[in-house]
Design a protein around this ligand. Structure first.
Ligand SMILES: O=c1ccn([C@@H]2O[C@H](COP(=O)(O)O)[C@@H](O)[C@H]2O)c(=O)[nH]1
Length: 274
């Protein structure tokens, strides 16, 4: 089944919160763990055991695993496998983007089921030009996976690039228009999403592009349910608010972590209603 259909089903069955697995050094410390590979493994697998059976989407942040080299990446492979075994979709946050031939290698690494890092979807950067990410889009399409393209990111520096004027509007607006073309006619929604931060305040860009929207910045970065309603308006039904630190701070107790994930899910449950 295509990614957009799988995501739609998962959101219906398990709710719309996406929980990030971000093993920050400070969180490892707060959990009483050392900032080493053993601490990383304990942290990440505990979080997955508590959270993955509860939510529709788990979003491991690759950077926090890569910082431990190949042994950290091996833990990431376990996180992906265990999350999927628990019934969650895995959106791997890697924000890759390069010239087309290198983008193909990234696509093979993260979207080809033959890879040990294969995920249901990944985040990608279009800032080398939208055409440069086409190998990732084509590979996703071939394997029933998804791609989330950075558009209006949650960090305050984002507008320097994303609000820049182009002949047809803005950089972000052009990304959203390309996504609308890719998702045209798909039901219940397309496979190609955007990343739009829950912290951006408001935007005039059209967010109804018939695809999923990852909205990071909900929780620890200050984004609220009211912000999501204001930013997305009628397009809010396809929004996946994403929260990492706010949920993970409830650990290391499994029940407390699970309760935090449920609470985050409940907080955004009404977003799809009129
Ligand atoms: O615009 C973006 C894109 C990605 N992120 C990532 O999401 C999480 C946010 O973590 P919190 O602890 O909930 O703040 C993190 O992995 C970021 O790299 C983002 O924040 N904004």
């Amino acid at each position: 089944m295509r990614f957009g259909s799988r995501l739609h089903e998962a959101m219906d069955a398990r709710g719309r919160i996406c929980v990030g697995i971000d093993p920050h050094a400070s969180l490892l410390h707060d959990w009483g763990l050392d900032d080493d590979v053993a601490g990383l493994e304990r942290f990440a697998l505990t979080a997955v055991e508590a959270i993955a059976p509860e939510v529709s989407v788990v979003k491991p942040q690759s950077a926090f695993f890569e910082r431990f080299g190949s042994r950290g990446v091996a833990v990431l492979e376990r996180v992906i496998a265990d999350s999927r075994a628990a019934g969650a979709l895995v959106l791997l946050d890697v924000k890759r983007g390069d010239i087309g031939s290198t983008s193909q290698a990234y696509a093979d690494a993260y979207l080809d089921p033959a890879s040990s890092l294969a995920s249901d979807a990944i985040t990608v950067s279009p800032f080398l030009g939208f055409g440069s990410i086409e190998p990732m889009i084509d590979t996703a399409r071939r394997h029933g996976a998804g791609v989330f393209v950075l558009a209006l990111t949650s960090n305050k520096e984002g507008p320097e690039v994303q609000a820049a004027r182009t002949p047809s509007g803005t950089v972000a607006g052009d990304v959203l228009a390309r996504l609308a073309e890719l998702n045209a006619g798909a039901t219940p929604m397309g496979d190609f999403g955007a990343v739009v931060g829950a912290t951006i305040g408001s935007t005039d860009e059209p967010l109804d592009f018939n695809g999923p929207v990852l909205a990071p910045g909900f929780g620890a970065q200050g984004g609220t349910v009211a912000d999501l309603r204001r930013i997305f308006g009628g397009a809010v039904r396809n929004v996946l608010p994403s929260s990492s630190r706010e949920v993970l701070a409830a650990g290391p107790d499994l029940r407390a972590l699970r309760a935090a994930a449920r609470q985050a899910n409940e907080a955004v449950a009404t977003l799809g209603e009129a």
